[in-house]
Design a binder for this molecule. Structure first.
Ligand SMILES: Nc1nc2c(ncn2[C@@H]2O[C@H](COP(=O)(O)OP(=O)(O)OP(=O)(O)O)[C@@H](O)[C@H]2O)c(=O)[nH]1
Ligand SMILES: [Mg+2]
Length: 483
């Protein structure tokens, strides 16, 4: 579904035109809010120090733009978005913007100290970034307190009272290379997302468990472990996808050349233990390739790639090796998961941000009465009902996650048709759907007599609206553009 026929987009666009028609500075306000509507949803990549975040961001973008170093940690939040020319702007903690020069290795030469930066806006032409803006963050860690704070500041509402410096993300990709720690889960719970807008990534899958030299294939092992983790982390993430960011980066950014493949091919036929010995040694006589090339190959392929890519490089050169790396990296599955869930619901979150901006204007602008009418009309529009459901779900997760109301909201959000919204199989005949909706409607009405929170009050209004439509045979609007 394109922007022009997505009912949510059409409704919001209409509302913003009405805002602009009020004249004066409302034109600029409408343009500024409209920029959100016309830009892709924003996905923030978060996780522990050195989990492989920047490497994965490069792989997803398809260009090695984020710095990834074994020793240097990412210390500023960077927002990667599609745009030309390639350029950067540094946003200070006070909200001011300054252009920044790009260094030789496409790094940003910042005019401010890292501690004074909220985030860096970085534009580059990229088809991948047309689908979603990607936000790389410094790792969460008690060891690098300043970097940890830099991430929390721009992602958590109200953290250090720096809301103006927020990066306004719509969804998160959460990386961990082992079971997530309690403080990481706590951080995720403070982000304004739901499990539907948070995707788990088991990173560095190529070195999982005993690693490349162990008895089990680490990628297979990681895949099995990801299934167990997904079951355990169901309250925080929609899915857990195992990925080797390193193999994905090397194969998706054009880093691999015929020279690398030829060098690796010379190890074809060498025994596993001898390969280990060669890569462990700095002695030029230890193997058929010089030490500098060993380091280079390890940096590009990792131990798993070196060990298992030898025969492939010997048989089919760089093209075959690249295809194998891409296939084994798990990036295709990650992209699928991102499209199927995360960005699908991120589009609703983006609509929520637009409505929130209108609500704020309706509160403090001189034309507040007119703006309030525009906002109220939008909220009453059936096309925007899924956005309200997401907002209610988010509030219920914060206040009463175990409530059946929370479950019902999630069921409605994830359903693909009317039967699914009342918890029935999509093949159910319409009559039965209406009967079930009637029963759920009665239960929701009964619940309004003794609610436990303001969030529940609001959620029940939404549920009653939806069940009434379904009970009378009316279709609530299709949720969201399905992929
Ligand atoms: N074997 C292997 N190494 C990886 C993988 N992903 C990243 N690395 C290596 O791990 C190191 C850190 O990777 P980064 O991508 O910089 O990690 P990060 O999470 O951005 O680190 P910080 O920004 O410092 O928190 C680099 O040396 C990468 O080459 C992976 O999937 N497999
Ligand atoms: Mg990094």
């Amino acid at each position: 579904m394109t922007a022009s026929n997505d009912p949510i987009h059409v409704a919001l666009d209409r509302g913003l035109r009405q805002l602009a028609a009020l004249g004066g500075d409302c034109v600029a306000q409408a343009n500024s809010i409209g920029a959100i509507l016309w830009s892709p949803p924003r996905v923030v990549v978060v996780g522990r120090l050195k989990a492989g975040k920047s490497t994965l961001v490069n792989a997803l973008i398809g260009a090695p733009v984020a710095e990834t170093a074994a020793l240097e940690a990412t210390n500023v939040v960077t927002v990667y978005q599609d745009g030309a020319p390639s350029r950067a702007e540094v946003v200070g903690l006070d909200g001011t913007r300054r252009p920044a020069a790009l260094g030789p290795a496409s790094g940003v030469e910042s005019p401010l100290f890292a501690g004074d930066i909220a985030y860096v806006d970085r534009w580059l032409p990229s088809a991948a970034l047309r689908e979603q803006t990607l936000i790389d963050t410094p790792g969460l860690s008690t060891l690098t307190v300043a970097n940890d704070a830099a991430t929390r500041r721009v992602t958590i509402d109200g953290f250090e009272q720096t809301r103006s410096a927020s990066v306004d993300a719509d969804a998160a990709v959460f990386l961990f290379d082992a079971a997530p720690r309690a403080d990481e889960i706590e951080f995720l719970n403070r982000l304004p997302f739901t499990p539907l807008t948070t995707l788990g990534v088991l990173s560095r899958a190529d070195s999982f468990g005993e690693g490349a030299w162990g008895r089990r294939d680490p990628l297979d092992h990681a895949r099995q472990h990801a299934v167990r983790l997904a079951a355990r982390l169901g309250d925080v993430v929609s899915e857990v996808v195992p990925v080797s960011g390193l193999m994905a980066q090397t194969s998706h950014t054009g880093m691999l050349t015929e020279r690398h493949a030829a060098s690796l091919a010379r190890l074809h036929g060498v025994g596993r233990l001898d390969v280990l010995r060669i890569f462990d040694s700095a002695d030029p006589a230890a193997g058929p390739i010089p030490p500098a090339e060993r380091v280079e190959l390890l940096g590009l392929l990792g131990e798993y790639g070196v060990l298992n890519g030898r025969g492939i490089a010997a048989g089919g050169g760089a093209a075959a090796l690249n295809a194998w790396l891409a296939d084994r990296s798990g990036l295709a599955a990650l992209r699928r998961a991102l499209r199927a869930s995360t960005t699908r619901f991120a589009v609703l979150h983006r609509a929520h941000r637009i409505l929130a901006r209108l609500d704020r204007l309706a509160f403090d602008h001189p034309a507040r009465d007119h703006i309030r009418t525009i906002a109220a009309t939008l909220r009453a529009d059936p096309a925007l009902l899924p956005v309200t459901v997401l907002e209610d779900y988010q509030r219920m997760l914060d206040t009463d996650p175990q409530s059946p109301v929370t479950d019902e909201l999630r069921t409605i959000l994830t359903a693909t048709g009317p039967a699914g919204r009342v918890g029935l199989a999509e093949t159910t005949p319409p009559g039965e759907i209406a009967v079930r909706a009637q029963r759920l409607l009665a239960a929701a009405q009964q619940r309004t007599l003794a609610t436990r929170s303001a969030a529940e009050d609001a959620a029940l209004v939404t549920l009653i609206r939806i069940y009434t439509m379904l009970a009378t045979g009316h279709q609530p609007p299709r949720n969201i553009p399905t992929p």
